[in-house]
Design a protein around this ligand. Sequence first.
Ligand SMILES: O=C([O-])C(=O)C[C@H](O)[C@@H](O)C(=O)[O-]
Ligand SMILES: [Mg+2]
Length: 429
Amino acid sequence: MNLAITDVRLTPILVADPPLLNTQGVHQPYTPRLIVEVVTADGVTGVGETYGDTKYLELARRFAQRLTGRQVNDLNGLFSVADEVSVDSAHVRDQVDVGGLRGVQTADKLRLSVVSGFEVACLDAWGKTLGLPVHALLGGKVRDTVEYSAYLFYKWAAHPARVAAEDDDWGAALDPAGIVAQARRFTERYGFTSFKLKGGVFPPEEEIAAVRALAEAFPGRPLRLDPNGAWSVPTSLRVAEELGDVLEYLEDPALGTPAMAEVAARTGVPLATNMCVTTFAEIKEAFTRDAVQVVLSDHHYWGGLRNTQQLAAVCRTFGVDVSMHSNTHLGISLAAMTHVAATVPGLHHACDSHYPWQSEDVLTERLVFEDGRVTVPDAPGLGVALDRDRLALLHRRWLDDDGALRDRDDAAAMRVADPDWVTPSVPRW
Ligand SMILES: O=C([O-])C(=O)C[C@H](O)[C@@H](O)C(=O)[O-]
Ligand SMILES: [Mg+2]
């Protein structure tokens, strides 16, 4: 058995994405992702997936150059490579962007997102070589299925500039009735039994009404509302007061740990985050101030599956729940999320996934949700197979793009419909 990496392939792609609304704007018709392949001396190929925007891609290219000759099971070594890459990446070293939906974007976090794509690819190759599933390499699964929630979005029927790949049959959802209809479709198609509504789009009263309508349509089902930090502390408290009887948790109602701590101190509704605790360095302040009761890990920006397990252990120590966040992603990432979620003890909340919104994939066989759950794959590696024709097609789309869509920009996508749109300042309400 020879675990040495002999080749690394990076394939940036553009994937069709429906016009889903959030507080920053609307999803672009296509979103960038990066598919990572590592090949071993034995000819085994492992696959990974991460963000594909230019700044990630540039780092990934530097990263890839340093991998040949390393062992696929040297997972700790990936972080040393990340350090080396940081030294010669002066252009991203000091880059900090506070305005996105993924929390504060630092160069460190970009690097960890890149590491995650390679870590998953290495685990896949290592597992295939040993004939073991990724969850076994992570210490073994403690459950056979992982529960996901229906991720509801306010949505237009179509993108303002129609695109060929867009033919979703979800229709528009712009009011409580539309959101309930969307939720029904999610239950019919995938059997989801818990629901998360992406908020911060309409004034809070309208979103409160939508959650109330969901509570009436699906009595007793876990419900969450996530405005991505768009509300002030008083608004967050008002929403918590009005929906406290039906919410499983409120997700990032206000932006940042101090504001979340203020809200948490004055409501009994649990608060979840994928914005104010997104790195190990942010944990201490948030946990000591009791600002959050649930951390939604995203293995991409936490630096991979093993870091996600470490995060879960820290959360457990502090009595904070852990669950999972997602961004627009394909089946490789869903498989990775499912493997790691299967190994985390005490996972009390259904994980998020955008996957049902993705009509395209790079797999020969897509993962399926049954009764709102994905069965944990037991085949070697991630248990997925790359469809090279699909990959080539989505890469061709990336090559043909003039650069406009290679970096996700929800505000720019919104300006296609509303030229005066500017990213709202926070708090918006
Ligand atoms: O839970 C979250 O904050 C997200 O899922 C962030 C995403 O960027 C979401 O807002 C989206 O896709 O519009
Ligand atoms: Mg969130």
